[in-house]
Design a protein around this ligand. Structure first.
Ligand code: A2P
Length: 282
């Protein structure tokens, strides 16, 4: 005779044991320093493309009490707001409290995700403009991976320029593949129209390994080379809007440059010409 397991019992097997747990559905390692992963999305989670959430794992047990506390860090959501799943792009720091562990996650594992999205890299924080610049270094590409897949980006702007400065060529691969994938993105093609991706100008540069375009984006802008390569004039507050996400030194330097072009920093409560967010570092 076949045993019929009660539905409640079958469900109980699937109940996650971590608080705010989500299940990993895909992991990709891009270099020995970078990886991305996808996980399930809480049904209640609503966010604006470009925002971040706190994610993490349970920390090691306290040697005295044996209790475990969640180890959480801010991570930009790299997937767009309409995606059924969530995607994250992360650095691997070998002695980093979280990423030394997170880099080993596999499909089926659980991650903790606090469903409270926040952030300034959102369309609402910018005044209308003609050209939108995304300035990224390293894993700072993540929020732009979300915004590049967001229809509003192309509805609001005539031109979108994404600059990505990394140390080595391999570190550009995640961004390069994402931009390539936009050409066949069904939703964007349907909503924005065929050839929408021709609005995008991609400007990848490396600083520590030979590539077709070498140098920090800040230096390339200061010398005028970046504008010449891209075929656009230097930024003005009338025409250009910018979102910045990278390491601290980069953020500070480009922030000053944007101010020198006459752009003013915006926020959710006060939209202006540019916004900045620090890329996650363990
Ligand atoms: P560099 O190799 O010259 O330091 P990181 O991996 O350390 O976060 O750096 C990512 C990229 O950001 C690197 O290519 C690095 O260049 C670049 N970078 C670091 N600081 C600045 C800055 N102040 N302005 C522009 N690019 C920077």
């Amino acid at each position: 005779m076949t045993e019929i397991r009660p539905v409640t019992e079958a469900k109980a097997v699937k109940v996650p044991h971590l608080p705010d747990a989500q299940t990993v559905t895909e992991v990709k390692h891009w270099t020995d320093r970078l990886f991305s992963f996808r996980c399930t999305r809480p049904a209640s989670l609503r966010f604006r493309s470009g925002e971040f959430v706190m994610i993490g794992l349970m920390g090691d047990p306290d040697p005295k009490t044996g209790k475990q506390k969640p180890l959480l860090r801010a991570y930009s959501i790299a997937s767009p707001s309409w995606d059924e799943e969530l995607e994250f792009y992360s650095i691997k720091v070998q002695d980093g409290p979280l990423t030394s562990k997170l880099q080993h996650i596999q499909v089926g594992d659980e991650v903790i995700l606090r469903p409270k999205p926040v952030g300034t890299l959102v369309h609402d924080a910018l005044l209308p403009g003609h050209r939108l610049w995304f300035f990224a270094t390293g894993t700072g590409f993540a929020p732009f991976a979300s915004l590049l897949r967001e229809p509003q980006t192309y509805q609001d702007y005539d031109e979108v320029i994404i600059t990505h400065t990394c140390r080595e060529v391999g570190e550009l691969q995640y961004g390069r593949e994402l931009i390539e994938s936009l050409k066949t993105d069904e939703l964007l093609n349907e909503l924005i129209g065929e050839g929408f991706w021709k609005k995008i100008k991609y400007y990848p540069t490396t600083t520590r390994e030979e590539s077709p375009k070498m140098g920090r984006i800040t230096d390339l802008m200061r010398s005028g080379e970046a504008f010449e390569d891209l075929g656009v004039p230097p930024l003005t507050k009338e025409c250009d809007r910018a979102m910045v996400c990278g390491n601290l030194a980069f953020n500070l330097e480009i922030k000053q440059m944007l101010e020198d072009y006459g752009l003013v920093e915006g926020a959710n409560s006060s939209p202006q010409h540019y916004v900045v967010e620090k890329a996650f570092l363990d």
